[in-house]
Design a protein around this ligand. Structure first.
Ligand code: HGY
Ligand code: MN
Ligand code: MN
Length: 432
């Protein structure tokens, strides 16, 4: 007699609290940046919890961390569920951790119920989803999908000056008991649970968002260069002030881009001035611009607008400007078959759900390039995220994990019903 697996809510909430204590910040959030000591502590804890269950733990050259629970048919491509453990510097304790720990709870719930799935189910914690310390974001899932680490990453230094390759090696070395496997392997499907990071679900009073697509994102590094000079002796007409150019460009962009298109998003998140002295006209001003749009052509047009305003501002101040695209993630749609499986799972549990597009990028967008993928969102209070105040009510934590559990039961069947689903299993040779 098979027992229906159920989520152990108090265990999951305990796990969330345990991981929230790793890199905890005074404001109630976490600072667990990618490949940091705190990130390694969280990975170590997850590996230990997995080992205590007898699950196999392995990692790949990008330090993506996998936990495997074998299925009845080991030759079938595994189902992959998970998210990330790294956080923003002043991040919340649910972004990433909720999806990773809910996925681990799914394995434990299956184990507790003695359920043997047809397919192996693997939990993954992707490396550096956030892209804050090392840019771009989603480096782990990008490397997995490409089955290689781009050479240019190995020479990179982080926003804190730390060398990427040394931090990556130290992170891999911190789990000596985790088998090291090649990058990239066949995946039958991928599901990621994540907080919505916006207000829609909470305002709609709906428990689950079934994510059908993710908008596109571009990250730009912009550098205005002028001439350092004395703050007291240099009259206006002799100044080549990159700060004046940067302020003019930012003001022009913030007065036009989002006002002109309700779906457009433009954020200047970081600015740095050299030499940065109170009585010196700046030599150089570097800033980051994050632009997003659900439509690829509109995102491209936004890039041109940023270019034009920066060029005009630089020229007006006698400065030069360079614009480097650091991250280009085109918008993407998720798989109808996996979306259907999640929708069926919610229906079967009596959990309310609605389709929605994600404003945030996620590792699932890269997995969607090699395997049928989709996401499950849960609401967060006031839609706040990337903020220490990020919060998900316990009830929504449990509903999210329940939706993930029942989606996993469906998606780990060797052959599954649901429209458009059968072709997934036809590719058991695996896409990569
Ligand atoms: O920035 C993003 O969209 C993601 O939350 N890191
Ligand atoms: Mn995230
Ligand atoms: Mn995030």
């Amino acid at each position: 007699m098979t027992i229906t697996p159920t989520v152990d809510g108090s265990r999951l909430l305990r796990r969330l609290a345990q991981f929230a204590s790793i890199g905890a910040t005074p404001g109630g959030g976490v600072n667990r940046q990618a490949l940091s000591i705190e990130d390694r502590k969280a990975r170590r804890l997850l590996a230990d919890l997995a080992g205590a269950r007898g699950f196999l733990v392995y990692q790949d050259a990008a330090a993506n961390l996998f936990i495997q629970r074998p299925g009845r048919q080991p030759d079938l491509a595994p189902l992959l569920i998970g998210s990330h453990l790294d956080s923003q510097p002043g991040g919340g304790k649910y972004d990433g951790a909720l999806g990773t720990l809910s996925a681990f709870e799914v394995l434990e719930a299956l184990d507790d119920a003695g359920v043997t799935t047809e397919r192996t189910v693997e939990v993954v914690a992707w490396t550096n989803e956030e892209g804050s310390r090392f840019s771009p974001g989603c480096m782990g899932s990008m490397a997995f999908v490409a089955a290689s680490l781009p050479d240019e990453w190995l020479d990179m230094t982080g926003a804190d000056g730390a060398p990427f390759s040394a931090e990556l090696s130290a992170t891999l070395a911190a789990l000596p008991d985790a088998e090291l496997r090649p990058l990239g392997h066949a995946v039958s499907a991928y599901v990621e649970l994540h907080i919505e990071q916006g207000p829609i679900l909470e305002r709609s009073g709906v428990a689950i968002g079934i994510v059908t697509a993710v908008q596109g994102t571009k990250w730009l590094d912009i550098c205005f260069t002028g001439e350092a000079a004395h703050a007291g002796t240099t009259p206006l007409q002799y100044r080549r002030d990159p700060m004046a150019a940067a302020v003019q460009a930012i003001a022009a962009l913030q007065a036009s881009v989002m006002q002109g298109d309700a779906l457009a998003r433009l954020t200047v998140g970081r600015i740095a001035v050299e030499p940065g002295s109170i009585n010196v006209i700046a030599r150089e001003v570097r800033l980051t611009v994050d632009i997003r749009h659900p439509e690829a052509d509109k995102l491209q047009a936004m890039l041109q607008v940023v270019n034009a305003h920066c060029a005009a501002a630089a020229e007006g101040q006698g400065c030069t400007v360079t614009l480097t695209e650091r991250f280009d993630m085109p918008p993407g749609r998720f798989d109808e078959g996996v979306i259907e499986a999640i929708s069926e799972a919610c229906r079967s549990c009596g959990i309310t759900s609605m389709p929605m597009v994600s404003g945030a990028f996620h590792d699932a967008l890269f997995l969607a390039r090699v395997a049928p993928s989709a996401m499950i969102f849960v609401p967060c209070r006031d839609g706040i995220s990337h903020n220490e105040a990020e919060f998900v009510p316990d009830e929504n934590v449990i509903l999210g994990a329940t939706a993930l559990l029942h989606s996993t039961v469906r998606l780990s069947a060797a052959r599954a019903s649901g429209k458009g689903f059968s072709q997934i299993w036809a590719t058991d040779a695996g896409p990569c």
